[in-house]
Design a protein around this ligand. Sequence first.
Ligand code: NAD
Ligand code: IPM
Ligand code: MN
Length: 356
Amino acid sequence: MQKHILIVPGDGIGAEVTAVGKQVLEAIAAKFNHQFTYDEALIGHVAIEATGSALPNETLTKMRAADAVLFGAVGHPKYDNDPSAKVRPEQGLLQMRKELGLYANLRPIKLFDELLEASSIKPEILRGADILFFRELTGDVYFGEKKRSEDRNMASDLMVYQRYEIERIAVKAYEAARTRRGKLCSVDKANVLESSRLWREVVQEVALRYPDVETEHQFVDAAAMLLIKDPKKFDVVVTGNLFGDILTDEASQIAGSMGMLASASVGDSTGVYEPIHGSAHDITGKGVANPLASVLSVALLLDISFGLKAESEAVIAAVDAVLKAGYRTRDIANANTPADKLLGTYQMGEQVLRHL
Ligand code: NAD
Ligand code: IPM
Ligand code: MN
């Protein structure tokens, strides 16, 4: 199979982890006899420094032309503590999602058995947890009108959803639920927010088309609690942009670490595959970031954008084998991890390649 992949490392550890992701793509191409070609493009802080824009036109053009995008992360501490900055790295990411119509963000929360001890949650609560989040990605308070009063003392962000936006993400989530354990939980705040009342109304309508799927509605505050109390009760979760952002960082603790969580952003055009974590400047340049979220994003890319199931499963099996062999990066290690099994980013990548 011939495919063109655009690598967009972005900022901070984005460059470190996508370098490993690319090596895995190369290894898969060699093993399964595919012809993958690659190009790179800038986004985020590095793009602002080079061009003045967080998403240069050249990057967007390359994204549209690619068969898939492997994305790292954006963000820089310089902006995190400067609310007045007008041009910000995160704008690049949000504009990319909007421009490419990436309305569905799939975030699988899959606990590898070997990492039962890596989480701060009790093993008996965790064992067998397997959740697939559908986070709506191009609407909500992220993209509603933003205002600041003239005297600068009042600010607002409009939380807004349109029927079609809710319907299309709900349909995707229901279709997935059908192929899994047949359960869907929709998360909103319909007891308070009008946009959530529309959300619930639309999901209830879509539910009628999927009588074979068991539907449940939860308020976001209760859902946050239930995720930790009893993660096994969830199969597919569908929710809005903001709630999905927050709940999936929380749910990363079910999988052991932020460094384990991959995601797929899909919709109208090229799919983008990225870890859910950010640029992690606290560990940038130290060579200790866990690259497995990027590696697992490659597995999603192969499966969803290219339909290469065996290749995707080979990547997941390699990650499983590496963890079974006891190798850990710092974020998933514990006091019992022997020194010779504690690996940096690059070495962890090498182990994945060896097990492929
Ligand atoms: P973060 O995800 O970057 O880091 C949170 C914590 O998790 C940090 O302690 C970090 O060291 C750790 N961590 C994250 N990824 C890891 C990995 N692969 N291996 C080991 N440890 C890992 O979130 P933050 O600190 O809140 O944000 C930092 C910057 O990243 C901000 O500028 C933010 O806007 C941006 N951000 C970007 C994205 C994205 O590009 N998709 C996502 C989240 C945050
Ligand atoms: C994510 C990030 C982004 C989001 C930020 C960096 C804009 O947290 O991809 O989860 O909130 O969507
Ligand atoms: Mn996030």
